[in-house]
Ligand binder design. Structure first.
Ligand code: FES
Ligand SMILES: [Fe+2]
Length: 453
């Protein structure tokens, strides 16, 4: 059995398959015209994941979301509502808030000439106001709003004020993700890597597992990427379902679980030796064992199906979110386009983890994986935002996890190759269907907004 592809519409809605076929050539990945079209028809029109709700938990909390040349300022107001506005002062256009996140008392204050704004964006005070002899109408000079929504503990914005709600965009994916209770998870790592690659080159990398045997050889011993199930959704979203606690069946089956699988088994209290000659039984055993120890460590697997308990599901949410979902941990990977250079992006990785009662058992901390994440979780701190270049990943001084580090190593070479006179356009296999799905929908977005019908 190889990768299975299903085309899934939201609640039976009759949405057309993409009509335009994208040509994946140099212009597509590195052209200034394509970059501008994407800005006008994608970034300014779709729902975008801006950040985590925990950064705007209390009145006066804010964070900024920078994308291309734009910056959006999101805040929690006095009434408990969320506000999202363009992060630009209405006096002479200075960037209003420079910090990535923080807290203000009751207003946003422009550092340049001191204009101040209420948390909801209304103009509050203008120093030497009488010197504006033309008069200043506060209502006219409010910060310009964008749409904002909280869902799954995440903050979503849309620069299109007339765009239909997030529900229309994400459809049944919202129901599929609900059992993971992402809204209860906490941010434990906040990393940003400056990468010499177009944002779509990053999306492509996380849309196929064809490369896994070659650059992530370690995967063969703990997940079955070959037989992934793929769901293709409207608007360009897609999902991968990959079995965990298994080995890749295209290789000879060892007698004993190999080291990475054995380590994962030991972490939940299963003895690899008990599964000598029975590797096929490990996945079901892991599902049962997690449910059993879950209660002991204060973690509830009760909302999840057996598949969700053991497997790794990855959702790509159009345009630029790659969400790798496990019961204990969610990675949100997000390439953001560079303001001017299509050959660059900033690749963010937010790691969210489900709080455990760490005193309950040694399994709690092991399940949480990384000791720094466990420390952040226990301390209740917000992790620092760690910003670095791809060179730091390549020289081993920072890591976004072994698998992602391996991807980062290759992405700039992929981007560089697209500039070659010796490259025409990509040729895709059936196991790269998520790539064509994404780009065909992207081509459709560039022609007309599919969300607005
Ligand atoms: S630009 Fe903001 S107060 Fe002048
Ligand atoms: Fe990869």
């Amino acid at each position: 059995m190889w990768q299975q592809n299903n085309y899934v519409t939201f609640n039976g809605a009759a949405l057309p398959m993409p009509t335009a076929k994208a040509r994946l050539d140099r212009e597509h990945y590195a052209g200034a015209t394509t970059m501008q079209q994407e800005w006008d028809h994608v970034w300014r029109k779709t729902w975008l994941l801006a950040g985590v709700e925990q950064d705007v938990a209390e009145e006066g909390d804010f964070f900024t979301f920078d994308l291309g040349r734009e910056s959006i300022l999101i805040a929690r107001t006095e009434t408990g509502a969320l506000s999202a506005v363009y992060n630009v002062c209405q006096h002479r256009g200075n960037r209003l808030q420079m910090l990535p996140f923080g807290s203000v008392l009751d207003s946003h204050n422009c550092p340049y000439h001191g204009w101040s704004y209420h948390l909801d964006g209304r103009l509050k005070n203008v120093p030497d106001r009488e010197r504006f002899s033309q008069g200043i109408d506060c209502a006219q000079h409010a910060l310009k709003p964008v749409q904002v929504r909280a869902w799954a503990g995440l903050i979503w914005i849309n620069m299109d004020l007339d765009a239909p709600p997030l529900e229309a965009f994400l459809g049944s994916i919202m129901d599929e993700l609900a059992p993971y209770r992402i809204e209860q998870m906490k941010l434990v790592r906040d990393q940003s890597c400056k990468l010499d690659a177009n944002w779509k080159t990053v999306i492509d990398n996380f849309s196929e597992v064809y490369h896994v045997d070659f650059i992530h050889a370690q995967h063969a011993s703990f997940v079955n990427c070959r037989d992934a199930r793929v769901d293709l959704y409207p608007f360009g979203h897609s999902a991968f379902r990959v079995d965990g606690y298994v080995i890749n069946p295209r290789y000879p089956v060892p007698d004993l679980p190999p080291p990475i699988l054995a380590g994962a088994m030991e972490a939940i209290g299963l003895s690899p030796e008990d599964y000598r000659g029975r590797i096929d039984d490990v996945r079901a055993a892991a599902q049962q064992q997690k449910r059993k120890i879950g209660a002991a460590v204060g973690f509830d697997y009760g909302t999840l199906s057996d598949d969700q308990v053991s497997d790794i599901w990855q959702y790509n949410l159009f345009p630029n979110i790659i969400m790798t979902v496990k019961p204990e941990e969610v990675w949100i990977m997000r390439p953001r386009p560079h303001p001017t250079d299509p050959d660059k992006c900033v690749f963010d990785k937010l790691t969210l983890a489900m709080p455990f009662d760490a005193r309950g058992s040694e399994h709690a901390l092991v399940l949480l994986g990384d000791p720094e994440a466990a420390r952040i979780m226990t301390s209740g701190e917000r992790p620092e935002r760690d910003i670095f270049t791809q060179d730091k990943v390549n020289d081993g001084s920072v890591s976004m996890t072994q698998t992602v580090d391996q991807d980062i190593y290759y992405l700039p070479d992929m981007q560089a190759g697209m500039h070659s006179a010796g490259f025409d356009a990509a040729v895709l296999s059936d196991d790269e269907n998520r790539i064509s799905h994404f780009h065909d929908w992207l081509a459709m977005w560039l022609q007309a907004n599919p969300l607005r019908g």
